[in-house]
Write a protein that binds this ligand. Structure first.
Ligand SMILES: Nc1nc2c(ncn2[C@@H]2O[C@H](COP(=O)(O)OP(=O)(O)OP(=O)(O)O)[C@@H](O)[C@H]2O)c(=O)[nH]1
Ligand SMILES: *[C@@H]1O[C@H](CO)[C@@H](O)[C@H](O)[C@H]1NC(C)=O
Ligand SMILES: [Mg+2]
Length: 474
């Protein structure tokens, strides 16, 4: 009897050992196939959310997973609730900008690429039902590996850049991918007034986990409108150069500001999307982004968002507010009830207090920018010539539009997106928030509650509670 038992035990030990060897082999293979963890969104391995304690090599091995391997065969599909899953037919070359008759040369990065089409979300049976984890207490909050569940919005990152910006934008992309997009695989649109070169395309496509698209801006979106008096504009630039106003003597900077104010959202490539997230070269993201900001915007019916706000340099916009007042008089129907005039003006609209949202970071709704109120607003300002006779920035232009054309609830402040663009930092207020989000910013550098920030005004106007600990940062 005892001998019989011992034999059975031996069998069990052998069997366990054998299974262990099998487990080890399959794991090792899994590891070799996916030698780069961050390729997770591109190669579409089966990705089960990892438990924290599990050794990292186990990631994506597929063991114990019941999910079918999704190799992107469903790319380009649209789920039943109309949520976009993958792009298709975007970025045909040589196509024309609607209404302009100008040829736009673009190239689709996926052409001639050897890697598989970029990621689609893990196919959930019911995409729309996957709830978004917004706090550490919510289910799925710490599932930071693999492709994020849930629907995807009709959204893209967008970057205006020169070929020479390639390494600076590469840094930005890497941070956006590491902190967010590697799990979401949103597309990225690059725009330039000149054709992008091969290096730019190769480097950026290698870094973006979604599809990349490259557009050349039509000439009339990057040039002086006919009504601009060239002599007058030139004198302004010479004068501003003497007064050492930053970018005051630059023509290209003015084209850039006018383009970002009035045209980026109606570029042909951008017409394929409903939401955008603007990214500039050399920015930093300091915290993990645990949820989809596009989806947050959509579900909360937000149209515009910011992380930093400040006072504009008055020398660049002496008559901007006069132009705005003229617009308000001519188009009273466009001014929203319950708007954010209180953010922009301290005297009920008589004068501008120079407060604006910093537009090098924006997550926003493209349909709003393409709407009649916004277009009328832009065209009205453009007629007055301040992009060239002064040096109006796209930040005050977007901000004043958001402040007047939208109800104030439509503008969102992302406390949990930690951000840097020289020289300002938004580092989330609240130690627990920074720990939960694994931030690497120095809270002392947070600009939000400093004297030159307008974020307090935004909180006051919207009757929002300031995050705990803000007083210590004032
Ligand atoms: N294609 C193209 N992009 C430009 C040009 N000038 C600026 N940009 C881009 O427009 C955006 C804003 O320009 P920046 O030079 O960053 O302007 P800024 O943010 O006001 O100033 P700094 O970042 O402090 O230099 C960036 O994404 C630039 O890459 C240009 O002449 N051509
Ligand atoms: C995305 O939005 C654009 C612009 O509104 C629209 O033309 C396009 O059909 C949308 N795509 C999907 C898949 O919903
Ligand atoms: Mg910049």
């Amino acid at each position: 009897m005892a001998a019989g038992n011992a034999r059975i035990v031996r069998y069990i030990v052998f069997a366990a050992f054998f299974l262990g060897v099998l487990y080890f082999i399959s794991n090792n293979q899994g590891y070799r196939i996916q030698s780069d963890l961050y390729n997770v969104g591109k190669t579409q391995p089966v990705t089960q959310p990892l438990e924290k304690e599990q050794p990292i090599l186990n990631s994506g091995s597929g063991l114990a997973s019941s999910e079918p391997l999704d190799t992107g065969a469903k790319l380009g599909g649209t789920s039943s609730d109309g949520v976009k899953i993958g792009g298709d037919g975007i970025g045909k070359s040589g196509s024309t900008v609607p209404g302009s008759g100008i040829s736009n040369s673009e190239s689709d990065s996926t052409k001639g690429s050897t890697r598989p089409p970029p990621g689609t979300p893990k196919q959930q049976t019911d995409l729309g039902e996957a709830a978004m984890a917004m706090t550490p207490n919510d289910h799925g909050w710490n599932d930071m590996l693999g492709t994020a569940p849930g629907p995807r919005m009709n959204a893209t990152f967008v970057t205006l850049a020169r070929n020479s910006d390639v390494w600076e934008i590469a840094r930005s992309i890497r941070q956006v991918e590491d902190r967010f997009n590697r799990r979401y695989n949103y597309d990225w649109v690059f725009l330039n007034d000149k054709p992008f070169d091969e290096t730019f395309k190769k480097v950026t496509t290698s870094l973006v986990s979604g599809k990349t698209h490259y557009g050349e801006i039509p000439h009339e979106h990057w040039s002086f409108p006919e009504h601009i008096d060239q002599e007058k504009a030139k004198k302004v630039r010479e004068d501003m150069a003497q007064r050492k106003i930053i970018y005051g003597d630059s023509i290209s900077y003015r084209h850039m500001c006018r383009f970002e104010s009035g045209f980026f959202f109606r570029q042909e490539l951008m017409m394929n999307y409903e939401w955008y997230w603007r990214v500039e070269p050399s920015i930093e993201l300091f915290c993990d982004i645990h949820y989809d900001p596009f989806r947050y915007m959509a579900e909360h019916k937000k149209k515009y968002s910011f992380v930093l706000s400040l006072y504009e340099y008055v020398e660049t916009i002496p008559t901007l507010w006069d132009s705005v007042k003229k617009f308000m008089k001519n188009y009273p129907e466009h001014i929203a009830e319950g708007n954010s005039m209180g953010f922009l003006s301290d005297d009920g609209g008589e004068t501008y207090n120079k407060c604006h949202f910093w537009s090098n970071f924006e997550v926003g709704n493209l349909e709003w920018l393409r709407s009649k109120p916004y277009i009328d607003f832009f065209e009205s300002l453009d007629q007055d010539g301040g992009f060239f006779y002064e040096r109006w920035g796209d930040a005050p232009v977007h901000s004043i539009a958001a402040g007047l054309l939208l109800p104030k609830e439509d503008i969102h402040f992302f406390n949990d997106i930690a951000y840097y663009h020289v020289p300002f930092t938004h580092c989330p207020t609240g130690e627990q928030t920074r720990i939960d989000l694994r931030c690497h910013c120095n809270p002392k550098e947070n600009f939000d509650w400093k004297g030159y920030s307008c974020t307090s005004r935004y909180f006051d106007l919207n009757k929002l509670d300031k995050p705990q600990g803000y007083e210590e940062q004032e």
